[in-house]
Write a protein that binds this ligand. Sequence first.
Ligand SMILES: C[S@@+](CC[C@H](N)C(=O)[O-])C[C@H]1O[C@@H](n2cnc3c(N)ncnc32)[C@H](O)[C@@H]1O
Length: 321
Amino acid sequence: MSYLDATTELYKEAAITPDVGLCCTTNPIWQFPGLSIPKIMLEMNYGCGSTVSAQDLINDPKILYVGVGGGMELLQFSYFSRQPGGVTGVDVVDEMLDACRANFKIAEIENDWFKSEYVSLVKGDAFNLPVGDESMDIAAQNCLFNIFKEEDLRKAIAEMYRILKPHGRLVMSDPICEQPMSEELRNDDRLRALCLSGSIPLKQYVKMLTDAGFGTIEIRAKKSYRVLTPNHYPTDALIYIESIEIAAIKDPMPEDGPCVFTGKTAIYFGDEEYFDDQKGHVLLQNQPQAVCDKTAAMLAQASDQIHVSESTWHYNGGGCC
Ligand SMILES: C[S@@+](CC[C@H](N)C(=O)[O-])C[C@H]1O[C@@H](n2cnc3c(N)ncnc32)[C@H](O)[C@@H]1O
């Protein structure tokens, strides 16, 4: 049995018997006015963060969601896209699609604005998405891609890139890990399927996105996720895993490389009214300006009267690049 088959089996079980502890995080559950999330969806929240940000979801976007789980995020997305087929949910596990469909019926009863037809549930695979090229404004996945081994991850990202419209956004939440893991951990199919032993370092994750062509990356959140300790797992060292929320935007690739926003800010503190680097970045005196890492490095070199902050790992739009 391959690790992908083991994953399918595990989520078949999790569809039939909700597992509250699977992938759970410290994230608050977004509540919007008039939105009621059915209890069963909360019990089947198998994500490791949130991919739903109101700022991405203007003008009735067309949204593709891969790996549906209990449907909570699809319901939250459809709140912002109230149209038949506004959200398309794709999953390889029939039982998960069935559970999700049943949960939407409960959501219809609890939410007078919601109709099941707002979400199309389609059987399909992350490596071969059943939608056309450049057909979606938003593509999302939560806690699925970390399970994939490198070549499969590359394919899954390339598929998301293919189906997004120009400037469309791939929004994701996944565990990451900066430490090496033992081969035994890496090759444990069940732990991988449980989102515990597949995660890669953040830099590598970002590089896979920019290699696929995404010109802008936003790290929106980074928080504690799990520890794997020798008394519970096949590891000699304590392994610390974090979860991130990240958006990869299908902007053209800048000539000097991608813009990766990690939450750095530049402040000019000289005596002039502003600092102009003549490359498109103007900093008003003592005003914070969000900058991508590339610009942060350039500005730090350009003047000793610019303070560049550390990454906060919390970036939510705005700023130059
Ligand atoms: C960890 S759960 C996350 C569920 C949901 N995103 C959430 O946040 O609750 C992974 C989901 O991906 C689905 N899945 C597993 N392998 C898949 C694949 N190759 N393609 C599409 N979906 C897959 C599972 O059935 C499950 O619904």
